[in-house]
Design a protein. Sequence first.
Length: 139
Amino acid sequence: MFNVYTLSIVFSITFLIVVIELVRKNKLQEKYSILWIFMSIILLVLSSTPLIINKIAEWINIQNPPSFLFLFGLVYLIIYNLHLTVVVSNQSEKITRLAQEIALLKEEKDRKTFKAKYARVATHGQPGGGNSVKGNAAR
């Protein structure tokens, strides 16, 4: 029968393999995978040495030492969630800035196109420069 340490070891190894495969298939960037790999290795070390977990649990007064594994995982996920929120906020600001720059460039292009069209109308009397068949027939 599995105990919580064995289950945690199996989970850590499986998770580590999944993260490495995601990186290998370019579905997860290396900069984000490092934290997940780090988490998996720490969890693997803690799970394979219950003596460390027992000592840490004793120091922080946790009655059930395997609960420390879940506490560690929860704290890690909260910290990682904060990190991802910061990344998303930065990306959102960059996207907003890029959208504004694109709008300004488009407005500038439209203004230049309008001025060029207006200059042709002013010099030739009609859009298209007055060289069209319809334009010559109307004169």
